[in-house]
Design a protein around this ligand. Sequence first.
Ligand code: KIV
Ligand code: ZN
Length: 519
Amino acid sequence: MKEILIADTTLRDGEQTPGVNFNTREKVRIALQLAKWGVDSIEAGFPIASEGDAEAVKAIAETVKGPVITALCRARKNDIDRAYEALKGAKKRAVHIFLATSPIHMQYKLKKNEAEILEQISEHIAYAAKYFDEVEFSPEDASRSNVEFLQQSVQAAVDAGAKIINITDTVGYSNPFEFRNLMKTLVKGTKHTENVIFSTHCHNDLGMAVANSLSAISAGATRIEGTINGIGERAGNASLEEVATALEIRKEFFDVKTNINLVETKATSDLVALYTGIPIPKNKAVVGGNAYSHESGIHQDGVLKNPETYEIINPNLVGVTTNSLPLGKLSGKHAFSEKLIELGYSLTNEEIDVAFKKFKALADKKKEVADSDIRAIVEGQMAADKYEYELKELQLTYNSLGHQQAEIVVIKNDADKITRKGDGAGSVQAIYNAIDDIFNQQTELLDYSIESVTTGIDSQAEVRVLVRNNQTNNQFDGIGIDFDVLQASAFAYLEAKIKVERDNKLGGAHKRSYQDYND
Ligand code: KIV
Ligand code: ZN
């Protein structure tokens, strides 16, 4: 069976999702989980874009073992040098160079003709090949490029030393028939490709990113680039959890295998949802909440008789389990520690003590503490040391006639106690006005949503907010998880405001995507 490489770009293209900003700790955490899931490569960032990106690429290169760690670059020597520096600590590293080849991009964005583009490709791929064993080249907007010129660009990259040719559907314009043909033309028409891998990078503007990626396999592609939960620019990228599961479920049809450890799929998807602040839609393939529920009586009857009547994926295969051994208030530290191991966490004794205390406090309020509750506790704890402000107290005065008051106490840098009052038509507005008063910022709350972490009346609330920093136009999310909805609302908003403060300190420089850097 042919092997299909799974190349993840959640931390680079995925981070280009509006409102998504990972810090270094979150990036490393996700990268470690991606390695556990079994991806073959991780695109860790775009080092020239900012100090923050370079630092995250470096941290991932030094920490995450297994997958190839990749950094994105324009076809520019400075970018390649910066990528080289950031990737020094990686055992296996690669550089990913992109340059647009479509008429519209060349004319309006790059203002370059075909000859200039070919020269830029040859010069920079050759330069990168001196420093990296693995050089990936993406002709940006390949699906809207003139096919003959695209072929010349791909040939120039291969001749200069590119080992991966990543065919992009940058604007999600293609369809499976067309994309397969395009891949076939390039695979067949390019010379000296014995050691070259053909890859796909498809966007989802017309909802065909996964289908387009899979269609390219029968044309000779052996690598699929995409993101977890399909996050990314605009409508996002090909969802890798869907790609990997489809290749497993239909392996006879595709006649391929991957290195993905499918049982880690749900945990990987949940982690990305938690850190992006983008919940997984209930009807999402493979990982959505409804993917294994059966509503109609006929379906339920069939599934009870034989699950395969209506279920093509066994939920256990992708790590979707009903809580086998739920913990409760009588559970001891030993059972709790075992559960942490089962969920894939390896914490120090001190960290377990802190988490156990939080678990006990929650178990006093809830009958059964689900795996997702425990994940929320641990992830929240791992994130807890990263912020300059900590919410200490929250008091509310509720008035049924509609004028609510809130008082909050926040500790800054473990030292200064800040007390603020706010009022509003609703309790959340009163809390948010009090928090606004701490910061000297111009922000706008773009989105506020609540979901329950588990089902039932005693579930924890997960509040997500999206805030725009009007000074830099960047957007930031905040997540708060608590048994109390108002407390969770306060946590979420405070987190977003802290991110805005950091953004202002950096002058808005840390969230830049490759589009801001086109020559
Ligand atoms: O969509 C795209 O073309 C990209 C390139 C940088 C590979 O993300
Ligand atoms: Zn992309």
